[in-house]
Design a protein around this ligand. Structure first.
Ligand SMILES: Cc1cc2nc3c(=O)[nH]c(=O)nc-3n(C[C@H](O)[C@H](O)[C@H](O)COP(=O)(O)OP(=O)(O)OC[C@H]3O[C@@H](n4cnc5c(N)ncnc54)[C@H](O)[C@@H]3O)c2cc1C
Length: 375
């Protein structure tokens, strides 16, 4: 990994961005025999792809991407096997909780949506829940349980996937930023902070920077950053045996293999995207931790080891962007949004299939970049 070897002046496909989406795409493209180069301006999986909570949950996913996320969870199980190194993958199952009548209605609707795809787990009323998970607080009036909710360790999965991509033949160039692009009859000519490179096809996998990278190709993709926080406690003897997600989408809690508890849920941080300074918003953090200790009172006995924040991509309709960019020959985008770490490995596989075999992913049809093109 790096730029010490010979500069690959031409390739079939250049992937721009080495978060999990770019790494998965490069890995699968190289496996399918494409000469693949990945450009990463810093280090692979150095942004959201290592700063996230590692939750791989199905119960907090909604239509229209439910079939895609069902497949994305199955892909993670395959990837954990295929990488052949420890990435902290586990599938303890999860509890999706409701704390008010409004929450409970939402939970019921969610249960029905999942049921229509054969994904519904089990409905638990307050009494059943207390027997099932006595470590939960009193205010929870209902929950659904799914055996499918899982997690993995972002710090280990990113480097394992980078190694797998290189082993499959992809060149991963770190410290290389794409700065310009021009199309001619042969393909794309790409300018970087060091040298130029030719590519027949380009995949933009640049997370919250995707809008800026797309602009280098003259394409308009409305991608904005959001900043979200995460906290981790000191390790503790095991007391939670399920991943907890809130139906309102504002809490995820789990205890990972070393006994630490991870507390997230998309609470906004405070920081500066242009200066690349993600930071904590103390008031929001207090709300996040308050909700977490109400839901799992045992957390209040643990010391907080660290809280941090990082940037995640957002689109106007909240959906990812996946597919060929209209009116730009040989330009593709892989942009996961919320739940993006869960989505990234399957998106990489499906993008490789689209480029190498021309097969479009039906489950990602709602994510087409064409929805932002004027008709
Ligand atoms: C705090 C937090 C918690 C989260 N928790 C979860 C969770 O539990 N489960 C889940 O599924 N998702 C979670 N997410 C979301 C998930 O982490 C992201 O959606 C996912 O990691 C995005 O991956 P990516 O590869 O698209 O982008 P990123 O990881 O942001 O990577 C993009 C890369 O592109 C590079 N780049 C940008 N511009 C250029 C350029 N011009 N040239 C070269 N390289 C460039 C950047 O340096 C960066 O490395 C969380 C996110 C955050 C911030």
């Amino acid at each position: 990994m790096g730029t010490d070897g010979a500069w690959p002046s031409a390739c079939d496909i250049c992937v721009v961005g080495g978060g999990l989406a770019g790494l998965a795409t490069a890995w699968r493209l190289a496996q399918s025999g494409q000469r693949t180069v990945l450009l990463e301006r810093r280090v692979p999986a150095g942004a959201a792809s290592s700063a996230n909570a590692g939750t791989l949950a199905i119960q907090n996913k909604r239509p229209p991407l439910l079939p895609f996320f069902r497949d994305a969870l199955a892909e993670w199980a395959r990837v954990a096997e295929e990488l052949g190194v420890e990435i902290g993958y586990g599938k303890p199952g999860g509890l999706h909780i409701a704390r008010s009548n409004e929450d409970a209605q939402r939970l019921r609707k969610n249960f029905e949506n999942h049921g229509a795809l054969g994904l519904a787990g089990e409905w638990l009323d307050a009494a059943a829940l207390r027997a099932e998970a006595p470590w939960l607080g009193d205010g929870i009036i209902a929950a659904t349980r799914s055996p499918l909710d899982a997690h993995a360790d972002p710090l280990r999965a990113g480097s394992a996937m980078a190694a797998a991509a290189e082993e499959a033949g992809a060149a991963i160039l770190t410290g290389i930023e794409l700065r310009g692009a021009a199309r001619d009859s042969i393909g794309w000519r790409l300018e970087t902070n060091t040298s130029a490179l030719r590519a027949n096809n380009v995949v933009i996998a640049s997370g919250p920077w995707t809008g800026r990278v797309a602009a280098l190709f003259g394409a308009n993709l409305p991608v904005h950053p959001s900043l979200i926080m995460l906290s981790v406690t000191e390790p503790a003897p095991r007391f939670m045996d399920r991943i907890v997600t809130h139906v309102a989408g504002n809490l995820t809690v789990k205890q990972v293999k070393n006994g630490s508890c991870l507390i997230g849920g998309g609470w906004p941080g405070a920081g500066d995207f242009d200066a690349e300074r993600p930071g904590i918003d103390p008031l929001m953090l207090r709300h996040n931790l308050r909700l977490a200790t109400d839901v799992v009172p045992g957390l209040a006995n643990l010391r907080l080891a660290r809280s941090w924040a990082n940037f995640e991509a957002q689109t106007p309709d909240g959906l990812p962007i996946f597919g060929a960019v209209p009116d730009r020959d040989g330009l593709f985008v892989v942009l996961p949004t919320a739940g993006g770490w869960t989505a990234a490995p399957l998106m990489g596989r499906l993008m490789a299939r689209q480029i190498a075999a021309g097969e479009e992913a039906e489950t990602l049809a709602p994510a087409t970049p064409a929805r932002f093109s004027p008709r």
